[in-house]
Design a protein around this ligand. Structure first.
Ligand code: OOG
Ligand code: MG
Length: 259
């Protein structure tokens, strides 16, 4: 195959649509570096938008040590959220549409103001936040066994598949998000715990990181957009009939089932 940005984006999109996992792109296209991978990601999102989806926000990946250790990659990354990934409340995870989904708990921001780097700090980032929510992300790598390098996972839009955001909205003003605790449960059993400090020391640090990283590519986080700050714990696999929950101290709880 003669690899280029458009071909790589098309191959990953087809793998998603056909729910067919494949080997890492870098096995076949060793020249795929990080900058090129972000251009593949951008092209993939353009194709989704051409097909009618709308961009609704940004996500961070690999911001916690738990995630970095599991995936074997120590560098955080950003990806793009569209409305095609939204899982409405009380709708089960559509297992028939996915390859090998895993679920992870996240702290989610809804932006009140545009946030543009460079030079964004955790304090200025938090000042741009309208509300904070509990969230669950369903990731589904298009690569066999979730085995990939950093450019591979960036090109694959960071394994994005579905996400849901809790209905409870809190102002960041009176919250200590570093100390906000999260318990991840699977069928009522606790499988992992963390506090907000798990993501870059504070979820607002993750938000600042995203704004500054996007600025280097000429992009910003827009008012009204959602930001998923990254899995607080390792993700759990889901199978038919499972119920996964993320229960937070102040942000409330979100649950999802799989069918
Ligand atoms: C990459 C996606 C990472 C997160 O929150 O860290 C991510 C993966 O783990 O497959 O969404
Ligand atoms: Mg995630």
């Amino acid at each position: 195959m003669n690899w280029d940005i458009d071909t790589a984006a098309a191959v990953l999109l087809e793998a998603e649509r056909q729910r067919q996992d494949r080997g890492p792109l870098t096995d076949e296209w060793p020249e795929l570096d990080l900058g090129t991978a972000y251009r593949v990601q951008k092209r993939l999102i353009e194709k989704k938008v051409e097909a009618g989806e709308k961009v609704v926000g940004v996500k961070l990946g690999l911001t916690s040590r738990a995630k970095q250790e599991r995936m074997g990659i120590t560098s955080p990354l950003t990806a793009v959220l569209t409305d095609g990934y939204v899982l409405e409340a009380d709708v089960p995870i559509p297992l028939a549409e996915l390859i090998h989904p895993r679920v992870e708990p996240e702290i989610v921001f809804v932006m009140g103001k545009r946030l543009e780097g460079p030079g964004v700090t955790a304090a200025t980032a938090l000042d741009a936040v309208e509300s904070v929510h509990a969230g669950l992300e369903i990731i589904d790598s298009r690569y066999v066994d979730f085995k990939f390098t950093l450019p591979d996972v960036v090109a694959d839009n960071a394994s994005s598949a579905r996400f849901l955001v809790g209905g409870k909205a809190l102002s960041p003003k009176n919250l200590d998000l570093a100390l906000e605790a999260c318990v991840l449960t699977a069928n009522g059993t606790v499988v992992a715990t963390a506090t907000g400090a798990a993501v870059q020391g504070h979820p607002a640090e993750a938000l600042a990181l995203a704004a500054n990283a996007l600025a280097a590519r000429g992009e910003a986080i827009e008012a009204g957009q959602l930001v998923l700050t990254g899995g607080l714990t390792d993700a759990v696999f889901v199978h038919a009939g499972d119920q996964i929950g993320a229960e937070f101290t102040s942000l409330g709880s979100v649950f999802v089932t799989a069918a």
